[in-house]
Design a protein. Sequence first.
Length: 180
Amino acid sequence: MLRISVLLFCSFFSFSSFADSAIWLLVDTAARKIEVKKGERTLETLYKIAIGRGGAGSKTHRGDNITPMGSYRIGWIGEKSAFRRFFGLTYPSVEDAQKALRKGIINQFTYDRIADAQLFQGVPPQNTPLGGQIGIHGLGSADPKVHEIFDWTHGCIALTNEQIDRLYDWIDTGTVVKIK
């Protein structure tokens, strides 16, 4: 009986989320803000975000410094990061992979790995020619003044440490993130 109780306890905490599953994030790269949404209602707005040095758009390759636009999910949460916290996105998506496959940037095998990850709600491979390790993060020990002056990331979305801590309370793995 004790073993069954322990298994039920572990299962509850392994598969339940403390964040509301109806919460999603809208990243507006032009307005430099993230809106925490529930349905169409905005619950909180985080202003003065920084994006990739190359702006926002379609990433074409690793190292292009572009913040990808599209729909992703939070694939993992790094609580101990050089950037305070790191919320990894499920980039590249199948849409990103389809464009890259048509242009010959990736091969069919890489496309299939990305498609399988999305199908099974996993994290796509992070070492493709399209790049990876794209996410939302704080500043860590970086200078907050630099953050206010220009876009400085390699394709990620950056917030202040205070903002990333506030965002942490709203999200969990699986949270939808729409970047426009």
